[in-house]
Ligand binder design. Structure first.
Ligand SMILES: Nc1ncnc2c1ncn2[C@@H]1O[C@H](COP(=O)(O)OP(=O)(O)OP(=O)(O)O)[C@@H](O)[C@H]1O
Length: 263
């Protein structure tokens, strides 16, 4: 299988000044992993372990102190948002609530198309209709405003905004955390369907071992910015080697023997 995303030895140190004294804090230390098409890698760690910092580096919102990110073998330069935003998209926990309340869904979805494609208006509208249907909404919803949707529907619109440019990688930063269990299962099934249809790769950032077990192929356990254990999700969860992994699994007491798509 060809490698889509190649993350090589990423480290990040934040510098700050307190009372004229310079302080440095290393929040990511030598993180490397590879991601293939149609694959889901979960990045799991407690609060403050560096998950969001890593996600921000992958989408280009932060530059790494050392290391590099390659997409299809090409190094991504920090600040090259046009290249990144077409290929790597991110959905947050509250993405649905960040929709501009004064814009119809059509205008929200049309914005990235105007910025990144040469499609004319009729082709843009056609693609918006198709994308809304792909995420389980109606084509007519493009005329609605965000306040006319439920939380789960808004998260689907955020997903539509993420897939409309046909990206290769989607980063889900706790994107399922605020949904109730039934909406969460529907969203996971939708994400798995889209993964097959569009050859998408996902990076799932989560503290929820149950979601990770259900959704990911491989897992990377992050503790204080260090990759303490990684591998196929079922192997890591059924035979954890590092005490941090054992502690997280114990704290959430998950049934470890059901994996992706069989749960
Ligand atoms: N701009 C910044 N300047 C200094 N320190 C920062 C900055 N951004 C993040 N940090 C620190 O980096 C560490 C990792 O933060 P990060 O948000 O990546 O963790 P996280 O694993 O995503 O946590 P959570 O699950 O709570 O979102 C934290 O200690 C945080 O305080």
């Amino acid at each position: 299988m060809t490698c889509l995303l190649d993350v090589e030895q990423i480290s990040k140190t934040f510098d700050s000044r307190v009372w004229l004294k310079k302080r440095s804090k290393t929040v990511l230390n030598d993180i490397s992993f590879r991601l293939n098409a149609k694959e889901t890698l979960a990045i799991v760690g407690e609060t403050g372990s560096g998950k969001s910092t890593l996600a921000k580096i992958l989408v280009g919102a932060l530059s790494p102190t050392t290391g590099q990110v390659k997409l299809n073998g090409q190094v991504l330069d920090h600040g090259d948002f046009k290249q990144r935003c077409q290929h790597i998209r991110m959905i947050f926990q509250d993405s649905g609530n960040t929709l501009n309340p004064s814009l119809t869904i059509r205008h929200t979805l049309e914005e990235p198309l105007k910025l990144n494609t040469t499609l004319d208006e009729s082709k843009r509208v056609k693609l918006i209709r198709k994308t809304l249907q792909q995420v389980g909404l109606l084509a007519e919803h493009m005329h609605f405003y965000p306040h006319m949707f439920s939380g789960g529907q808004k998260q689907r619109i955020a997903l539509a905004r993420a897939i409309i440019l046909k990206p290769q990688v989607i980063i889900l930063d706790e994107a399922l955390a605020s949904l109730d269990p039934s909406l969460r299962s529907q969203m996971i099934n939708l994400l798995l369907d889209l993964q097959q249809q569009m050859d998408l790769a996902y990076i799932l950032i989560s503290q929820n071992i149950g979601i990770v077990k259900h959704f990911s192929d491989r897992v990377l356990m992050l503790q204080k910015g260090i990759n303490v254990e990684s591998g196929p999700t079922l192997s890591v969860f059924s035979n954890p080697q590092h005490k941090y992994t054992k502690k997280l699994l114990m704290s959430q007491q998950v049934n470890l023997f059901k994996g992706k798509k069989s749960a």
